[in-house]
Design a protein around this ligand. Structure first.
Ligand code: GDG
Length: 494
């Protein structure tokens, strides 16, 4: 596909659609500034749009009501266009906080008992998807490729079929797709499946999620013909390719600079040269933060020789703070941190440092450098980019990655120490193993992990996804052209 993009004649545009805007905007004394929002989808796609150019259509949040309906972003060095879709407060509440975050999110992470199957949530989910489809219709020109992202916008591909019958549409599903018997609990399951199958290509991170989807379609969507070997569904006279394409990261931006190294040395001095275990997450019940803290407490009991010699740094970025389940989870994490620190703290040592805010990426990378162990232990995760970022930053090969076997990343990163995050004893012992691991073994494991993370980066992921749109009968010569490729310059810097 990279070659196909390079060969392409004429410039075609890429239009990305997601719920979340890639930037927040803040008014400072010097004028408006743009700051990248925190989350896996934006971390992956923003560098691509910056390099390729194109248009990103996203929902406008109420704080940005004073900004124009479209902007060239980032404001400091514009490289692509951001188009807002305006929704009323109630619509956002039902569509986003409600149907997306209290129905689809828990359902797809196998927390079905947390689902609130409310008709008013569904009505506004339908409405918001329709508005997004209309805005995409307006923002796109014939020949553009439309790439829809995530579970918030599952109905958009089918809606676009009606509005733009000739458009090419791909959808990437960033979270797990649950087993058929769990997805089947959704009262609107048929609408969702039909919505997704409006796309020419639907992709998931790993084969497990793809297979769950295909099985769900064959079980619950009458009239659909599923060919699991080919990864293809025929439905209502159209075909959809279904693929597993693991997301990668923008490797370049996690390569440590001299400033990152300087800052990491400063951090290490502040931590009195103790060994460091690191957790980094959006604060979410799927990330297993409470269970991870419990495992660290158990580790201190099982390995008392590590007391005062190790610090656990947990960075938790506030997320979905208007959803009651998240408020409750925040309290539960704070309670667990307090209990474990209360039990073990001494005059000159506090075992857990809990940072409840978002750090700029320039501050996050020094933490990746200083961490002897990254403990990435979600209960379920579509992929988990933190695991890949830690590996990318670890050029010296001195760190150890402990990874939940329930993260999509575990399918890719087999040289990590894999754990069941619910097995507190196992995680505690694995911490002991990681902190005692010999440098040679660490370096060997890390070298293998790095090889995979560096090869399958985010640009590889984009090309594979857009490649779905040029399969069988689709002309590769019509692929969107990265900035500069049409005039013969290379498609990417790396
Ligand atoms: C969804 C899926 C899938 C975290 N703290 C800070 C910060 N972060 C960044 C990390 C990383 C991103 O947020 C989190 O990405 P994840 O992949 O871990 O998780 P989700 O947000 O749940 O993402 C997930 C992903 O989509 C992509 O498809 O992997 O499975 O759930 O990039 O670095 N960034 C900054 N400061 C922080 O304090 N700047």
């Amino acid at each position: 596909m990279r070659a196909a993009v390079g060969r392409a004649q004429g410039r075609r545009g890429l239009i990305v659609a997601s719920f979340r805007s890639p930037y927040n905007f803040r008014l400072t004394a010097g004028g408006w500034v743009s700051e990248r929002t925190v989350g896996g989808l934006v971390s992956a796609l923003e560098p691509v749009l910056k390099q390729w150019g194109g248009t990103w259509v996203a929902v406008r949040s109420s704080e940005h009501a004073d900004l124009p309906a479209h902007l060239d972003v980032p404001l400091e060095q514009p490289s692509f266009r951001l188009v807002w879709v305006g929704l009323k407060e109630r619509e956002v509440s039902h569509f986003y906080h409600g149907f997306s975050n209290r129905v689809l999110w828990p359902l797809c992470h196998d927390f079905w008992e947390r689902c609130h199957f409310r008709q008013d949530y569904w009505r506004d989910y339908l409405g918001a998807n329709a508005r997004m489809a209309q805005s995409l219709g307006k923002a796109s020109a014939p020949g553009d490729w439309i790439w829809v992202h995530d579970y918030h916008l599952a109905l958009v591909p089918h809606m676009l079929r009606k509005l733009l019958p000739k458009s090419r549409v791909a959808l990437f599903w960033h979270i797990p797709f649950p087993p058929a018997e769990i997805f089947g609990l959704l009262p609107w399951r048929r609408h969702l499946l039909r919505g997704l199958l409006g796309a020419d290509g639907v992709a998931f991170h790993v084969p497990l999620w793809k297979n769950h989807f295909l099985e769900t379609v064959s079980r619950y969507l009458p009239g659909a013909e599923v060919d699991p070997d080919a990864g293809r569904v025929l439905y209502e006279g159209r075909q959809t390719w279904v693929e597993a394409i693991p997301i990668g990261i923008d490797v370049q931006s996690y390569q440590p600079t001299a400033e990152h190294v300087r800052r990491s040395l400063q951090l290490r001095r502040g931590l009195r040269k103790r060994q460091v275990i690191l957790g980094v997450d959006r604060l979410d019940y799927t990330k297993g933060i409470v269970q991870r803290l419990e495992a660290f407490g158990r580790f201190l009991q099982l390995y008392p020789e590590f007391k005062r010699r190790v610090v656990f740094v947990q960075i938790a970025v506030p997320s979905r703070t208007r959803v009651p389940e998240y408020v409750e989870m925040t309290r539960s994490i704070e309670g667990t941190v307090g209990r474990i620190n209360g039990q073990f703290t001494t005059e000159d040592w506090v075992p857990i440092r809990y940072i409840y805010r978002s750090l700029p990426t320039s501050e996050l990378i020094p933490y990746y450098l200083v961490a002897d162990v990254a403990l990435v232990s979600p209960l379920r995760d579509g992929m988990n980019l933190v695991a890949k970022e830690y590996v990318a930053a670890n050029a010296e090969g001195k760190g150890v990655l402990i990874l939940s076997e329930f993260a999509g990343a575990a399918q890719d990163l087999k040289e990590a120490l894999l754990v069941n995050p619910l097995n507190v004893e196992e995680v505690a012992h694995t911490l002991g193993l990681a902190l005692r691991m010999k440098l040679a073994e660490k370096a060997e494991r890390m070298a293998r992990l790095r090889e995979r993370v560096l090869r399958r980066d985010v640009f590889w992921w984009v090309e594979q996804n857009l490649g779905l749109l040029s399969r069988e009968g689709r002309s590769a010569a019509s692929a969107p052209v990265p900035r500069g490729a049409a005039d013969g310059s290379p498609s990417r810097g790396a």
